[in-house]
Design a protein. Structure first.
Length: 102
């Protein structure tokens, strides 16, 4: 039941919450924050969080296993996130201090 009914209900609740937050994104803009880390299984993961005056919300996590994490790869990921958020809504992008970003 947890994997079916409860999970589906929670997904619907989160999507409704996200829709409410998107109104403030249009009005005030957002910051996209990314952070790269390694999980317990040694997979390189990149988190994307959207921050606005209405609060912060986790947008997605990308498993970067098997990817060469250079500027081109990160650019592609950021373009996807910007499109998802709405390019007119993005005020700034904040990343960790990874050597590839310098």
């Amino acid at each position: 039941k947890l994997r079916t009914v409860i999970l589906a209900k929670e997904k619907t609740n989160i999507e409704k919450l996200l829709e409410k937050k998107k109104f403030s994104w249009i009005q005030y803009g957002v910051s996209i924050v990314s952070d790269e880390w390694t999980d317990i299984q040694m997979r390189p993961l990149i988190n994307f969080i959207v921050c606005s005056l209405d609060g912060s919300i986790f947008l997605k996590c990308v498993d970067a296993s098997g990817e060469y994490k250079d500027v081109k790869y990160l650019k592609r990921l950021f373009i996807e996130v910007i499109k998802e958020v709405g390019e007119d809504n993005v005020v700034q992008i904040i990343t960790d201090n990874a050597p590839v970003c310098q």
